[in-house]
Design a protein around this ligand. Structure first.
Ligand code: ATP
Length: 202
């Protein structure tokens, strides 16, 4: 098995910014959010199971998933959320494993906002947390997205707390500073990870 770095951080903490810097060093990044989104794409077994359970109301006119409808459904009915998670989580996990195994870089990054919450740390040799204060999370997310303050508060409440995340960390990047302060931190960690990955291969 490849040497896997788990990369996580709360909403707006800078995960994507950091993973782009690792990509710049030639490291493959597997993004759990991207996989989760595609697991219910048109033509997938998971979408067939959703359609079987809810009928055509779960689909848009072009036959793809009506994501807004499903979001409301599982928000209103927790048991449906459980059902959906039981359907999708094993599929997401096996797709993740497949992509981690297929990576051709010296080590591979598993980037997941809910790495800690969803127990994906089990797949990782080491965990790197991008850390900022909640205030900075709010400011940067508001500046970037068209989401409301209310939505940001909901997401913050649903994610692990800063301390819970830090408790799972082997390494921490503090991203309170400027963007230019990130690159040297990433470079130093990358050197360390190359050594660790080589030890695992040996
Ligand atoms: P999400 O989980 O919400 O997708 P993320 O953790 O991937 O977020 P990014 O998208 O990397 O976070 O960063 C959030 C926003 O903050 C982006 O607009 C990014 O350009 C900006 N940002 C990241 N780091 C810094 C920094 N050190 N200084 C200023 N802006 C930053």
């Amino acid at each position: 098995m490849m040497w896997v770095l788990g990369l996580t951080g709360g909403i707006g903490s800078g995960k994507t910014t950091v993973s782009d810097l690792f990509s710049g060093h030639g490291i493959t990044v597997v993004d759990a959010d991207v996989i989760a989104r595609h697991i219910l794409d048109q033509g997938t077994p998971a979408l067939a199971a959703v359609t079987e359970r809810y009928g055509k109301q779960a689909l848009t006119d072009d036959g793809s998933l009506n994501r807004g409808w499903l979001r409301e459904k599982i928000f209103a009915e927790p048991e449906e959320k459980d059902w959906l998670n039981q359907l999708t989580h094993p599929l997401i996990r096996s797709q993740l494993l497949e992509e981690l195994e297929a990576a051709a870089s010296p080590y591979v990054i598993l980037s997941a906002p809910l790495l800690v919450e969803n127990n994906l740390t089990r797949l990782c040799d080491r965990v790197l947390v991008v850390d900022v204060s909640e205030e900075t999370q709010r400011q940067r997310t508001l500046a970037r997205d068209k989401v409301s303050s209310d939505q940001i508060e909901q997401i913050l409440a649903a994610q692990a707390s800063r301390n819970e995340r830090l408790a799972a960390a082997d390494d921490v990047i503090n991203n309170e500073g400027t963007l230019s302060e990130l690159a040297p931190q990433v470079k130093a960690l990358h050197q360390d990870y190359l050594g660790r990955a080589q030890l695992k291969r040996a």
